[in-house]
Design a protein around this ligand. Structure first.
Ligand code: UDX
Length: 441
């Protein structure tokens, strides 16, 4: 059993701390947001993550998991301090490290015993060295015995607990191999592949992994757009590609592109790092442009189908950036809503989990209680997030209540043939179902 402090109780910190507690360690999760910690101490989750509420309450009840706002309390006798705070994008895409700095300085101010500081946050290559400098400078004439280890997370929102407990690999990087080995011991119960390398390499593995996944998605979206022009079906293309072991079937789902709190931020940060250090990230720049273009193409399809978007009512199913999360950051749905409104469309929308978060950011959107209220009197209906509950809707009823039976299936969730037989004009992404489709001249 080890004593662990986790700084930051967001999507990464809260899951990481809770899972380490579940592995038998004593964990205190710290956040400077008193309201968030107060909620957690009353069993209220600040985020929607399947299974998290139960896992938190189990470990709090077992006396392994605690929540605090005070560093003295949170770091008491801690052998490990995980920094899991946000690293939001700055204006030019550079990762903003102010919260990492604040955490590192607070650790330096509080700890007077040997400790291992672990960067769990996604941080630019070289940040591990910088964190060490921040701590050393902060300590001045009272040096602290510490090591810095990079331990990037690969959790997906909506499956974060399962991703933590069943990782494809744990990546650890440090200039002090024995420190990395000690952190590796924390993951031993998972019986997974543990890779130990140097600090900068570990930091780069994280960015390269996310950028590659984003590239796969932009690649299949570009192929989808070609399929629309050439009359092929991208779902079948992806299936045929995926049988090749070198390609594999995952992350080849064409749609509205990638959003979320990671891919957009991490791809931009990697591009910024590249340019700052004199290399040209042409591929990453194309990957981001293709992603932006997917949103624009969705609006174009609706405009073409309706003649004009001005004064039309468009229903939007799904607001979260993907299913099984309430996170709306960089959600394609929100960007498309903005583009539609710019052309005079009226928007109705519903999401199973993200309504509260969405209500804080959308303007002049009629927020509905269910998919049918969204479809009522709509001139067009966009599926933006492929929640399971949208898969088996009563389409005969939807056909009756829409003003025009026009569907844009932004995630290729629905059965095109079934919907066409009901009389809908069905549009998907990269589907041959409507014959060929050409971008407007
Ligand atoms: C991602 C990485 O998967 C994870 O390893 C990392 O730690 C954090 O960033 P996340 O952003 O939670 O996780 O979601 P993910 O499931 O990767 O999806 C990211 C975006 O890509 C979503 O908007 C999703 O809709 C989209 N996506 C995903 C596609 O458009 N097509 C796909 O085939 C897969």
């Amino acid at each position: 059993m080890s004593k662990i402090c986790v700084v930051g109780t967001g999507y990464v910190g809260l899951v990481t701390g809770t899972c380490f507690a579940d592995l038998g360690n004593q964990v205190t999760c710290l956040d400077v947001d008193h309201e968030r910690i107060d909620k957690l101490n009353h069993g209220e989750m600040p985020i929607y993550e399947p299974g998290l509420e139960q896992l938190v309450s189990q470990n709090v009840r077992s006396g392994r998991l605690f929540f605090a706002t005070d560093y003295q309390e949170a770091l008491k006798e801690a052998e490990y301090a995980f920094i899991a705070v946000g690293t939001p994008s700055g204006n030019d895409g550079e990762a903003d490290l102010q919260y990492v700095r604040a955490a590192a300085e607070a650790i330096a101010d509080t700890v007077d015993w040997p400790i291992i500081v672990i960067n769990k946050s996604t941080v630019p290559v070289g940040t591990g060295d910088w964190v060490a400098e921040v701590i050393q400078q902060r300590r001045g004439d009272h040096p602290l015995e510490f090591s810095v280890v990079s331990n990037p997370e690969f959790l997906r929102e909506g499956s974060a607990i399962s991703d933590f407990m069943n990782p494809d690999r744990v990546v650890l990087g440090s200039l002090q191999k024995e420190a990395a080995q000690k952190v590796a011991n924390l993951y031993q119960p998972l019986r997974c592949t543990i890779m130990i390398t140097d600090l900068r390499t570990a930091e780069m593995i994280k960015y390269a992994s996310n950028a590659f996944l984003a590239t796969r998605i932009s690649f299949i979206n570009e192929i989808a757009n070609m399929c629309e022009a050439l009359g092929a079906d991208v779902n079948e293309v992806a299936r045929g590609m995926g049988y090749d072991k070198r390609i594999g079937p995952s992350f080849l789902d064409a749609g509205l592109g990638w959003g979320g709190s990671c891919f957009p931020k991490d791809v931009k940060a990697l591009e910024h790092m590249a340019v700052l250090h004199g290399t040209q990230p042409q591929l990453l720049q194309a990957v981001m442009e293709i992603n932006r273009n997917q949103r624009r193409r969705a609006v174009m399809k609706l405009r073409k189908a309706l003649g004009s978007l001005n004064d039309k009512t468009i229903g939007v199913l799904g607001l979260a950036f993907k299913p099984n999360t309430d996170d709306i950051r960089e959600s394609p749905a929100l960007e498309i809503i903005h583009l539609l409104q710019n052309e005079g469309a009226h928007i109705k929308a519903y999401d199973p989990q993200a309504m509260e978060n969405a209500a804080r950011v959308v303007q002049k959107v009629e927020l509905c209680d269910n998919p049918y209220q969204v479809a009522e009197n709509a001139d067009g209906l966009l599926l933006a997030t492929h929640w399971n509950e949208f898969k088996q809707l009563d389409f005969a009823r939807i056909y009756q209540i829409m003003k025009h039976p026009i569907l844009l299936d932004g995630r290729n969730l629905w059965d095109a043939e079934q919907l066409k037989s009901l009389g809908f004009k069905y549009m998907g992404v990269g589907r041959a179902v409507n014959g060929t489709f050409h971008e407007e001249e």
